[in-house]
Structures are given as structure tokens and as C-alpha cells.
Design a protein around this ligand. Structure first.
Ligand code: HEC
Length: 421
């Protein structure tokens, strides 16, 4: 607007004055006046907006409140073949509509008809395509969790899950609890990959308000906000755990399995968090269970110097710290052992302790024996060895080789966020 005022209207005005064409001046002057007023109003509006923003809390500190009952998400295409068809149809219609509109501008004839028809086709096409990738959304869809994704939260969620959800969804989350048989629709399989594509806020809405026209109840009254987020952290761990069954003693090229953070204290009086080792050390997390772990502990002890010099932090997590201390005489292991926080860490990482050989519904699945995880420097679990499956890192050279692979890799994947999304 300013450019127009300065470079178009003003020169024209002086032109008219120079050529003594005074009759046209009042109209041009009025135009210039309107334009200057509009420019000044826009400037004032910007000031008002900035003023309001300066006294509004920044969005980062507020929970977003999604106003629509839908949102657009490309992942919908992968779930339904119909959606892809609709998207293509809508896309073609939109292109036809756009072409008609362009023609209408370029060709003078039938302009009104072409604009009308083109606009209708464009809008209809847009709606069809939008509908194909739109999925249900709720006011809390983009809410940020108040509980970080860590072992305490996951273990707490696990406890609540066992008490309140397993009857329908089953102990291992497959949707096969004792109460499931009579329900229609059936309780959801919470280990399914698609459960991980809902936003944390979607899950929060369902946990709070239930799911309409199904048996899924709302838990707003029974669980606090933090407890519901704990459940969601547990659900996230549960569905990634299903995918984690493919982990092997050989490092996966993809870093995708986030190791839930944890704080721990050892019998040497150190207290640290897993995150403290980020960017610095590779972590060998060992779930210890006696007496199965005894021989392996001796072996690790002998190897400790070599592992440490390869900048590996060994974290031994017993299921029962007191029992461990009673059972392990100091001659067996000099390695520091986690005595604070071990319970939650053990429970949480036990979720990632199933291979395709374990039947996750068996009672034994809940009581894993000796297992080791390699966690890379950014906080992703990259390899796993389940002792009772034999082979693997029983030969410690294999373990050292995986460590070397991780040391040498140049990965671009950023470290995971503190909260689930
Ligand atoms: C009375 C049985 C029952 C109980 C108890 C129950 N659910 Fe459900 N839940 C269902 C049913 C049925 C569905 C499937 C609804 C559908 O098909 O849309 C469901 C769906 C869900 C979903 C949606 C999954 C998806 O991907 O669509 C989540 C998440 C969920 N439940 C979590 C929980 C949690 C966590 C608890 C415990 C706090 C719980 N449920 C307790 C019956 C139950």
C-alpha cells in the first residue's frame, strides 16, 4: 500500500498538477486519502496485535485446546485403501477446478460460468480429499503430557493398568482379558502398531472420557491427571515393546526404541540418571536375576576393565536389591549395583524383554531372567541379549564388537524428547 501511495498515486498527482489537469485532482486526492487511511489502520492493527501478544502467556506455557472434531493426518492413508482412492479423486477434481479457474482468467468468454463451475469443482474436490485424510480429534489432542517418559511413570502406569484395565485389555494388552469375550466391539489390542500413531492427547481424552458407544469407560473420576499420563506412558512402552520383540544381540541400524529415562542410586552411593550418560557413554543395562545371573556376573566382572576402557557404563539392575546383596558375596561381584530405583527400572525394561520365542501371555513372561541391553549415546536401545536364549553375548567378543559398531556409527537421529507425543 505504501509503495502504491508513494510510487503510483503521488507521481500521478504531480503529473496532473504539472499539466494543469485540475479537474481530475479531487478524485485522485480522495483515492490517496483512502489509501493512506487504510495503511495507517493496518499499522495500528499490527500494534494492537503486538500489544495483546505481549500481555498473553507464550503458547509454550499453555496447553493447546484443539477446536475441531477432526484433524488431517496422512497416516490415515496407510490404514484404509478407500482413503487413498478418495484422496486421488479429490486431488484430480481440485486440479480440474483450478484449470477451469485459470482458463476463466485467461479466456474472456463464458468467464462467469467457468469461474462458478471451477470454484464448485475445486471446493468439492478439496472436501473429498480433506475428508480422506481427516481423523477424529478432541480438545486434548495436542495436549502435552505432564509426566515425562521415565521408568517411574511407566512402572506406575503398569500397576494401574494391572488393576483397572487388564480385565478387558488382557495382561499383555492384546485385548483378550477375561471380560473381553462378551464385549462388542472387542477391547482394543493395545500392542498394535496403530496405537502408537494416536497422539498422547487422543489417548488422554479416551482415558478421561471413555469411547462413545463402546464398553471403554472414562477414568476421569478414578485417576488423577498424572495417573492418566502414567498410564499413557505405559501404553506407549507397551506398544513399542511389541515391536521390540525383534531386537537381537546384533545392533539394529535404525534407532527407534527410546529407552525410558530413569534415576538410580548404587550401593556405592552414586546417584545418576540414564540421561547423564547421553553424548558420553554407551550403557550396558543388565537386568539381574539370581541365581541365573551368577556366572554371567563373574564374567562381566572380569571384563569390566575392557568395557570401561571402551567407554561403556555398566548398570546392574537386580529385581530385588536386598536379595541380591544377601545372595552375592563380595567375591562374586565388585561391580556397583543399583539399589535405589531398581524396582521400577527392572519392571519397565522387562517390557522390552520379550522376543518372538516368549509367549507374552504366559505368567513366566512377567518374570524375565538375565537380560542385557545396549543403549547408544543418544538414549536408544539398539541391541538386546536374553541369556536363556543362549549364544549372543555369552561370547564377550560379540558384545565388544556391537559396542565398537555403536562407537563408530555416525548417526543423524536426534536424541528422543522427554515426553511422548
Ligand atoms: C470394560 C472393559 C474395558 C476396560 C475396563 C478398559 N477398556 Fe479400554 N477399551 C475397551 C473397549 C471395548 C475398547 C474398544 C473401543 C473401540 O473399538 O473403539 C477400548 C479401547 C481402548 C483404547 C483405544 C485404543 C485404540 O487404539 O483405539 C485405549 C487406549 C484403551 N482402551 C485403554 C484403556 C486403559 C488404559 C484402561 C484402564 C485404565 C482401559 N482401557 C480399560 C474396553 C475397556
Amino acid at each position: 500500500m505504501a509503495t502504491r501511495n508513494r510510487w503510483r498515486l503521488k507521481p500521478r498527482l504531480s503529473d496532473l498538477a504539472n499539466h494543469n489537469d485540475l479537474g481530475k485532482i479531487p478524485a485522485l486526492l480522495a483515492q490517496l486519502r483512502r489509501s493512506v487511511i487504510a495503511e495507517a489502520s493496518l499499522g495500528a492493527a499490527i500494534l494492537v496485535i503486538v500489544g495483546v501478544m505481549s500481555i498473553t502467556p507464550p503458547a509454550r506455557h499453555l496447553q493447546p485446546d484443539w477446536p475441531f472434531s477432526f484433524r488431517l493426518d496422512w497416516s490415515n492413508l496407510a490404514l484404509s485403501p478407500d482413503a487413498r482412492f478418495s484422496l486421488n479423486t479429490g486431488g484430480v477434481l481440485s486440479i480440474v477446478g483450478t484449470v477451469l479457474l485459470v482458463f476463466a482468467v485467461a479466456v474472456g468468454r463464458y468467464r462467469r460460468w467457468m469461474v462458478g463451475v471451477g470454484a464448485i469443482i475445486l471446493v468439492v474436490g478439496g472436501l473429498i480429499a480433506g475428508n480422506a485424510i481427516s481423523i477424529d480429534a478432541y480438545p486434548t489432542t495436542y495436549m502435552r503430557p505432564s509426566a515425562a517418559y521415565n521408568a517411574i511413570s511407566v512402572a506406575n502406569g503398569m500397576l494401574l493398568y494391572g488393576d483397572s484395565c487388564a480385565v478387558c485389555h488382557g495382561v499383555a494388552g492384546y485385548g483378550d482379558g477375561p471380560a473381553a469375550a462378551d464385549l462388542k466391539p472387542k477391547p482394543a489390542d493395545l500392542t498394535a502398531q496403530h496405537a502408537a500413531t494416536h497422539t498422547a492427547g487422543d489417548l488422554y481424552w479416551w482415558l478421561s472420557h471413555g469411547i462413545k458407544e463402546t464398553a471403554m469407560p472414562g477414568f476421569k473420576e478414578s485417576f488423577s491427571e498424572d495417573e492418566r499420563w502414567d498410564l499413557i506412558n505405559f501404553l506407549r512402552a507397551l506398544s513399542t515393546a511389541e515391536r521390540a520383540r525383534s531386537l537381537a544381540p546384533v545392533t539394529e541400524a535404525d534407532a527407534w526404541l527410546v529407552a525410558p529415562d530413569f534415576a538410580y542410586g548404587t550401593d556405592r552411593g552414586e546417584s545418576k540418571t540414564l540421561k547423564d550418560h547421553r553424548g558420553d557413554k554407551i550403557v550396558l543395562l543388565v537386568l539381574v536375576s539370581l541365581p541365573e545371573s551368577r556366572d554371567r556376573l563373574e564374567q562381566l566382572e572380569k571384563m569390566a576393565a575392557r568395557l570401561t576402557s571402551a567407554s561403556v557404563e555398566i548398570i546392574l539392575v537386580p529385581s530385588d536389591a536386598q536379595g541380591y546383596r544377601n545372595a552375592v558375596d563380595s567375591a562374586v561381584s565388585q561391580l556397583p549395583v543399583v539399589t535405589e530405583g531398581n524396582d521400577e527400572i527392572f519392571k519397565t525394561f522387562s517390557l522390552f524383554n520379550h522376543s518372538f520365542e516368549t509367549d507374552r501371555n504366559s505368567p513366566e513372561a512377567l518374570l524375565p531372567k538375565h537380560t542385557e541391553f545396549l543403549i547408544d549415546k543418544r538414549g536408544y536401545i539398539r541391541a538386546r541379549w536374553i541369556a536363556k536364549e543362549g549364544g549372543g553375548w555369552l561370547n564377550i567378543e560379540n558384545l565388544l564388537q556391537e559396542i565398537e559398531t555403536l562407537q563408530n556409527e555416525k548417526s543423524q537421529v536426534p536424541a528422543p524428547a522427554d515426553h511422548v507425543h
